[in-house]
Structure formats: structure tokens, C-alpha cells
Design a binder for this molecule. Structure first.
Ligand SMILES: [Zn+2]
Length: 396
């Protein structure tokens, strides 16, 4: 019995050298294959790779070009095809758009370029034209691809082009094409309708503006910008209660945006001889949503309606509820008149110092790319995203 057990224990010990031998053999075979393959890659390819790592794109393009020329690649060969596409991208990156266009156009004339390969080349050529600022020619290339396997990529670039051209109707069509499954463009489409509505308001075509606003709200019922424009349209037509309804509905959509309509909401109440009610609504907003940047409006309106004393008390109460640097700046301005003359100069200096800091530190900021600006944008100029800006200036 004991002898049998000992034999079982010995089996792995006997087999161990065999396993080592097999591992060594497999590794050797793999290394041979790798070395064989490596020898078949031209030296110029390594030079190009090395130059790319060192960000020397001029040397990289030159080396890649040499590889393609020397090897007289068969363009049907997948490696050669990919290499030519890479060379085209490098030309584009270096701003040598004419070379990229020539390379891609020459390859497109090859009778063997069909199907997916042909479409990819067309897409690359479109990008060459776009990079060169030849937007019409780029648009033409991308439009050829909308019924192909490159449709999604083409639609995405076309959407970008139409937004840059401010061609919102075309942008809406493209965004609708891109809306599939979990991918939604409802924010963007509603914003495109808002752009059209804003344009119609600018040209005093309120009927058309109203149609676009309704389309925006149908696409995205939470679109605060659509309600802002709707309020403006109603106000323009002296439908003050309808304007109040449109502006007030923003509280349910996204209260962060209430600061942007505070002034216009007050004016709508004022136009109906209900200025005091309008002011109370704003004070209510400031108390419920302390992050709203509306203290200065409340102070100004209170001053006009009830005088200095009331305005001061009102604003001090709001600042004390949520003290911040902006509040301190306001408070110093209010308190300075009550101070002993010996203190006044120092407090004035403090107020100016805080004011200078605030000017630099309080900004709107894109939540997507963190681009900062003193001006609010619906469409971030840095990352091209919509509705990513903070609706209230924040300390940055
Ligand atoms: Zn951004």
C-alpha cells in the first residue's frame, strides 16, 4: 500500500523536466516566427515608427513614403493599404493637405478599390478637404457615404459641419438619422430648433419662432432655452401672463436656469402692475435656490420699489443665509456708508481687492471640457457640446 502511494508522488517529479522541455521548445518556435516576421518588415517602417515616437512627423512621412515606393506595394495588400491611409493621416496632421488629397485621389482611381476600402478612402478624402477648408467638397464626399458602411462616421462629421455652418435644418435631419437605440440627440435637436426660433425672433417672425419653440419642447420637454424664448415671444406680443407662465415653468424644468430669466420675469409682472409680486417671486427663488446669481437684481428692484433701507435689509438677509465672496463684496458696499470715516478708506480698499479677485474668479464653466468664460454659451466653443455651461457663474 505504502509503495503504491510513493509511486503516485513520484509521477509529477518524473514529468517535471518533460514539461520544462516542452515550454522551452514552444518558446523557441514562437521566437523564430517573430524574428522571421520582423525580418520581412522594411527598415523604413521602423524609422517611421521611431520618428513618430519622437514626434518628428516630417521624418516619419518621408520614411513611410520611401517604404511604399521601395517595396512597390501591391495596393490590394491590406498592410500596404493601411500604410497608405496612415501616410495620408500624417500629411493631414502636418497640414500638407494637397499631398493627402493627391495620395487618396490617386488610390481611388485604382480599379481594385471597391466596397468598404473605397468608402474608407472617400471618408479620408473628405477629411482632407475639410482640413484644407474646402467645406463644400468635403460635404460632397461625406454625402456620398450616407448609404454605405461608413454612414455613421459620415453623419457625425456632417453634423459637425452643419453646426459650424449654422445650417440648423440640415443638422436636425442628420441628428435624427444618428438617433438609434440608446443613442439620443434630443438635447442637440431641441437646441437646433431653439437656434432657428432665436433667428426667427431676430427677424420679427414670431409665428415661425413659436413653431420652432414648440418643436423644441416636443423633442425635449425639459428644454429651458425653449421656455425662455417662448416667454420672450409672449412678452413681445404683450401677452404678459403667458410670458410669466413660460418663464416660471423653468423652475420645474431646471431651476438652475432661473437666474437667466429673473429680470424678464420681473418685467412681465411689472407690465401688469404687479411689480411687488414679481419682486417677491425673485426673493422666494433666492431663498429656495441660494446658488442663483440674482442678488443684484433683487437689490436694484427693491431699491426702486421700497427705497434704500428695505433694499439693504433684504440683501443682507439673503447674504447671511449663504455667505460667499460675492456676498461679502455686496455687503462691504452696503455697509460702507454706515461706517466711521476712519474705517471707510480701508473697507473701500478691501472691497476693491475682493472685486478684482471676483472678476477673475467668477466665471461660467463648461462641465464637459472646463472651458471658462465671462460669457454664457449654450454651445461650448471649445468642445462643441450643448448645454454644458453652468447657468450661474461659479468660483473657478
Ligand atoms: Zn466644453
Amino acid at each position: 500500500m505504502n509503495n503504491t502511494l510513493t509511486l503516485w508522488w513520484l509521477i509529477p517529479v518524473i514529468l517535471l523536466p518533460l514539461f520544462f522541455a516542452m515550454g522551452w521548445f514552444v518558446a523557441r518556435v514562437d521566437m523564430r516566427t517573430v524574428l522571421k516576421q520582423a525580418k520581412s518588415i522594411p527598415d523604413g517602417f521602423y524609422r517611421a515608427l521611431d520618428a513618430l515616437i519622437d514626434r518628428k512627423t516630417n521624418i516619419a512621412t518621408q520614411s513611410l513614403n520611401e517604404v511604399i515606393e521601395q517595396q512597390r506595394f501591391n495596393k490590394n495588400d491590406t498592410g500596404a493599404y493601411e500604410l497608405i491611409l496612415s501616410l495620408g493621416k500624417l500629411y493631414r496632421q502636418r497640414g500638407e493637405n494637397d499631398k493627402a488629397v493627391a495620395l487618396h485621389q490617386q488610390l481611388l482611381t485604382s480599379p481594385d478599390m471597391i466596397g468598404e476600402r473605397y468608402h474608407r478612402l472617400q471618408f479620408e478624402l473628405g477629411q482632407d478637404f475639410q482640413n484644407a477648408g474646402l467645406v463644400d467638397r468635403a460635404e460632397f464626399q461625406f454625402e456620398q457615404l450616407v448609404d454605405t458602411d461608413m454612414a455613421k462616421e459620415a453623419y457625425e462629421v456632417l453634423l459637425h459641419i452643419y453646426q459650424q455652418d449654422r445650417d440648423w435644418l440640415k443638422a436636425i435631419k442628420i441628428a435624427e438619422q444618428l438617433t438609434k437605440g440608446n443613442i439620443s440627440y434630443q438635447f442637440e435637436i431641441a437646441q437646433f430648433y431653439c437656434e432657428l426660433a432665436q433667428n426667427a425672433v431676430f427677424h420679427s417672425d414670431l409665428e415661425e419662432a413659436l413653431r420652432y419653440v414648440q418643436a423644441a419642447l416636443k423633442t425635449n420637454r425639459k428644454c429651458t432655452r425653449a421656455n425662455m424664448i417662448l416667454g420672450d415671444i409672449e412678452y413681445e406680443q404683450k401677452h404678459f401672463q403667458a410670458a410669466i407662465d413660460a418663464y416660471s415653468a423653468i423652475e420645474q424644468q431646471n431651476h438652475e436656469y432661473l437666474g437667466m430669466i429673473a429680470e424678464r420675469l420681473y418685467q412681465s409682472y411689472e407690465a401688469q402692475n404687479q411689480a411687488q409680486e414679481g419682486l417677491n417671486i425673485l426673493i422666494g427663488y433666492a431663498k429656495t435656490f441660494p446658488q442663483l446669481d440674482i442678488h443684484h437684481i433683487i437689490y436694484e428692484k427693491s431699491l426702486g420699489l421700497y427705497g434704500e433701507q428695505y433694499a439693504r435689509e433684504q440683501i443682507i438677509e439673503l447674504i447671511r443665509m449663504r455667505p460667499d465672496l460675492q456676498g461679502v463684496y455686496h455687503l462691504l458696499g452696503i455697509k460702507i456708508t454706515e461706517l466711521n470715516p476712519t474705517w471707510k478708506a480701508d473697507v473701500d480698499m478691501m472691497r476693491h481687492t475682493v472685486g478684482r479677485y471676483l472678476q477673475k474668479a467668477m466665471m461660467y464653466r463648461c462641465r464637459h471640457c472646463h472651458f471658462k468664460s465671462q460669457v454664457f454659451f449654450w454651445h461650448c466653443p471649445a468642445c462643441n457640446k450643448w448645454e454644458t455651461f453652468t447657468p450661474n457663474r461659479i468660483e473657478v
